[in-house]
Design a protein around this ligand. Structure first.
Ligand SMILES: *Cc1c(COP(=O)(O)O)cnc(C)c1O
Length: 443
């Protein structure tokens, strides 16, 4: 660990004063590069995404049977892309500013199996591990119909192995539900901010839930330690896993298909802006990587974080990545956005992706609740607080003249642009819990 000198740091990076004051901030990174220049730093490529995509296709027949809610999509776990024009009007009224582009939402909040963006990465990593074990044991080959994994023999086989993960809630849900379904013995180490209903749901699925009074970082560390003591245990490392990252990245080619189906063009004259809520960074980082590979330089990705947990902004802005935590600045990492309650960003994602991410901003919990109520009223879409983090993005982008000028985007190009808010969770929130969320909005 490096010795941090706060005075020097705030001198070098005055923006940190605002972060410490818990003000909402926006930062457009002036050091972004083209995809060609930035890609070598990611260390992954098209081939890796393709490999992940094929693996998900191999598992699709199994998933369609194991989770009937995926039958309609033939076992492919994917979410809808929808227009939210009434919300656009509500946002314009709320901020008293116009939005020229089209406003859309990607409903990962309603992904099957676990109702959050983690149904991409988390489930993919469990499937990857299961496939590897079954291949090594000679029980499965790539050309098999994977629905044979439903047979009791496979459940018996996977029972000998365990899986562990540390989570603020949604990753635990995805990994817990998927692992238990295959037959694995699975432990989810949950931080203090994880919601009780998520813990209960996991226990119903037969998952061993270990609770901590500390935050995400501690839950992950303890999970990692416990897993090290058991050679048959596989620890899913949210902070560093390239497998998780690749599971998320498949979203890029899927979205490209959806855009083509809806005849939405992305090119120089029709830029696409995507707003991704960021916790440790794997989810938004993986999705952004996939989007860059699918759409190239005309997709612009921004990360959104709570004012109390701006770990990725802090890591990238200072260049210290995972060598600094928000707590080092006296920021408490306490937020209602439980999916984003992370004090220290993934060092892998920040270093891999910083050249390919246009900007970062923060928002208060109060604003997330307010937007949560507005979206429900405008579009009858119910999300958990974390998932609203992307919503202010279009305002920040369209009204930052310096950024627009740097990109060479004028008003008429803006009118042809698409703003995509990535809704990351909420589809499985129980009604009572949702009523509590809605009550916090003054709508
Ligand atoms: C996990 C999560 C995120 C962010 O993903 P990270 O990989 O932690 O950055 C965003 N929204 C919700 C609802 C989540 O559960």
């Amino acid at each position: 660990m490096i010795e941090l000198n706060l005075n020097n740091l705030t001198n070098d990076f005055p923006l940190l004063n605002k972060l410490m004051a818990l003000e909402e901030v926006v930062w457009f990174n002036p050091n972004v590069t083209t995809l060609d220049q930035g890609l070598p730093y990611v260390g992954l490529d098209e081939e890796d995404i393709h490999d992940a995509s094929l693996r998900l296709q191999r598992f699709a027949p199994y998933l369609a049977k194991a989770f009937p809610e995926t039958q309609l999509s033939n076992g492919i776990i994917e979410s809808d892309l929808v227009d939210i024009p009434t919300m656009k009007t509500a946002l314009e009224a709320y901020y008293q500013l116009p939005i020229k582009g089209r406003l859309m939402m990607k409903k990962d909040s309603h992904l099957p199996i676990s109702g959050s963006i983690k149904a991409r990465g988390g489930i993919y990593e469990v499937l990857t591990h299961a496939e590897k074990l079954a291949f090594e044991a000679g029980l499965l080959s790539e050309s098999d119909d994977y629905s044979k994994l439903l047979e009791p023999e496979f459940r018996e086989f996977f029972k000998q192995y365990s899986i562990a993960v540390g989570s603020t809630g949604n990753l635990g849900m995805s990994i817990g539900i998927m692992s238990a379904k295959l037959g694995f013995t699975v432990s989810v180490h949950m931080s203090a901010d994880a919601r009780a209903w998520k813990k209960n749901k996991l226990r119903e699925h037969g998952v061993n839930v270990v609770e901590y009074e500390q935050d995400y970082g501690v839950a992950v560390e303890q999970g990692r330690k416990e897993a090290e003591l058991d050679p048959s245990c596989f620890f899913i490392d949210d902070e560093n896993s390239k497998t998780l990252f690749l599971g998320y990245s498949v979203a890029g080619e899927r979205l490209k298909q959806q855009f083509a189906q809806q005849q939405i063009v992305v090119d120089e004259a029709h830029p696409l802006f995507v707003y991704l809520p960021c916790g440790v960074g794997g989810g938004p980082g993986g999705v952004a990587f996939g989007l860059k590979m699918a759409f190239g330089d005309h997709v612009h990705c921004l990360f959104a974080e709570p004012t109390h947990s701006p770990c990725m902004l802090l890591g990238v802005h200072t260049g210290l990545h995972d060598e600094i935590a928000v707590q080092d600045l006296g920021i408490d990492n306490l937020t209602a956005a439980d999916g984003l309650a992370v004090g220290r960003a993934s060092g892998f994602v920040g270093r891999a992706m910083e050249r390919l991410l246009d900007g970062y901003y923060t928002l208060t919990d109060e604003r997330m609740y307010q937007l949560l109520g507005q979206l429900n009223q405008a579009e009858a879409i119910k999300l958990e607080p974390s998932a609203l983090a992307g919503m202010p993005g279009p305002i920040h982008v369209e009204h930052n003249t310096e950024y627009m000028t740097r990109l060479g985007i004028d008003d008429s190009t803006l009118s042809n642009s698409t703003h995509l808010v990535w809704a990351t969770g909420g589809g499985m929130v129980p009604e009572q819990e949702m009523a509590m969320y809605l009550a916090k909005s003054s709508i």
